[in-house]
Ligand binder design. Structure first.
Ligand code: HEC
Ligand code: HEC
Length: 385
């Protein structure tokens, strides 16, 4: 009897452990059907899709949710050079994550040695396309340097179609996707056997919409200053308060920015206060920007500014210092010059910053940089190269 008593717990433990092992095996769950079709091409785990819930900063007041299966499919499309006519260019060729999804070239290299007409625009710089601006509402902030495009979906069709950038119809894009095996598990995960034109555009749009940069020092300090939710577009004055986590130089730079720059670029790094303007740069190449204007362009977001060089629609300024010098002493009078950059007598303004002011302003502009964004795995290259 004594013997049995000693054995009993051992037996129980043995039985328990066997069931542990069984459970463990049940837990090695395979998420994708036909995973072997993509495992050698794509570095996408097979347990579950990545969670595309964006935890926005506190002042924004809520999170954003994106369909993970669509975003994952879109992420693969974004990095896939097979979706261009000469199979060498992907969206990521000109929108590099380590450069806040911009390009360090004046103009970007497209297919067959073509180059783009203008400097690449950073993504995620626009706070968050769909969640923030809505899709096609009148108040939505439009895309491209000439603000000619209203939705990401439209932008995607245009970019694929551009002879210089990718030169692919959506029919052709869909053909490549349906004929490359590594897409099959991702398409199936979205409950389709074959991808359709609309779904292909939508998947890429979901991914692009999910690209959001909101983890900068500025965002964090704005949340502290706001003491919780303020929402974009409201309580702009919060941004003008002194930020406790800023250095005195950054706070002085913030004052300069709020006085001299925010009237166009916005106080909160969300929507700009002016959608388009001429900022006193000389038009010398026949590119007059917004159709019908005499040299007005999108007022771009300044998020991750350190990385989005060269600057302006034509990449004419190589450094932030050059940009500051432009606003300090280089603003040119022209018929389209925005009133925000004219002095009281209607002449082109010269901000005439001192060296200290320039230093402070640059220190502040650098608080828009968002390190986490540059390595966020949600947006990284999924291809095993
Ligand atoms: C060959 C380089 C190149 C490729 C490839 C490319 N882009 Fe761009 N992208 C640009 C340039 C240049 C601009 C600015 C064009 C303009 O405004 O005239 C831009 C602008 C954009 C914008 C507008 C951003 C804003 O704030 O207005 C989005 C969004 C975008 N691209 C997404 C994509 C996606 C998605 C793809 C892949 C389907 C892609 N791009 C492929 C160069 C490229
Ligand atoms: C009248 C509105 C206006 C004001 C005021 C203004 N900007 Fe701009 N800014 C623009 C426009 C428009 C562009 C794009 C011009 C272009 O590319 O042709 C621009 C472009 C920029 C760029 C280049 C961004 C990029 O990604 O290429 C930087 C940096 C910039 N401005 C910083 C500032 C700073 C700093 C101030 C204040 C000292 C300021 N701006 C004041 C309208 C304005």
């Amino acid at each position: 009897m004594k013997k049995f008593r000693n054995l009993f717990p051992v037996v129980v433990i043995f039985l328990f452990c066997t069931s542990c092992i069984d459970n463990d095996q049940d837990l090695t769950y395979e998420y994708y059907e036909d995973y072997q079709l993509m495992e050698n091409v794509l570095n996408i785990p097979n347990d579950s899709p990545m969670d595309y819930t964006l935890k926005f900063p506190e002042y924004y007041g809520r999170d954003a949710f994106f369909n993970a299966n669509m975003a994952t499919l879109g992420r693969v499309m974004f990095y896939d050079t097979n979706l261009s006519a000469d199979r060498t260019v992907s969206c990521a060729s000109c929108h590099k994550q380590e450069l806040a999804f911009s390009d360090d070239k004046v103009v970007s290299d497209g297919i067959f040695d073509e180059v783009t007409d203008r400097n690449s625009l950073a993504l995620g710089a626009v706070f968050n396309f769909q969640e923030y601006y809505g899709t096609a509402s009148i108040s939505a902030v439009p895309f491209f340097w000439d603000n000619s495009i209203r939705t990401v979906q439209e932008q995607i069709v245009m970019t694929f179609g551009s002879e210089k950038e990718m030169d692919m119809t959506i029919d052709e894009v869909v053909d490549v996707m349906n004929n490359n095996d590594y897409y099959r598990p991702l398409i199936k995960a979205n409950n389709m056997d074959k991808i359709t034109n609309a779904a292909a555009v939508e998947a890429l749009a979901v991914f692009v919409n999910s690209i959001g940069s909101y983890g900068s020092k500025f965002d964090k300090e704005l949340s502290v200053a706001a003491g919780g939710r303020i929402g974009f577009g409201q309580s702009r004055d919060v941004a003008t308060r002194s930020f406790s986590g800023f250095t005195s130089s950054e706070n002085r730079g913030k004052d300069i920015y709020m006085n001299s720059c925010a009237s166009c670029h916005g106080e909160l790094m969300g929507a700009p206060n002016e959608l388009q303007a001429n900022n006193g740069i000389l038009i010398n190449d026949g590119d007059y920007g917004i159709p019908g204007s005499q040299g007005e362009f999108k007022v771009p977001s300044l998020r991750n500014l350190t990385l989005t060089y060269p600057y302006m629609h034509d990449g004419r300024f190589a450094t932030i210092e050059d940009v500051i010098e432009h606003y300090s002493t280089g603003i040119q009078m022209n018929p389209a010059l925005h009133n925000n950059l004219k002095d009281n007598s209607g002449n082109a303004m010269a901000m005439n910053f001192s060296d200290d002011e320039k230093e402070d302003l640059i220190a502040f502009l650098k608080t828009f940089d968002d390190e986490e964004f540059l390595t966020n795995p949600l947006y990284s290259d999924p291809f095993i190269r």
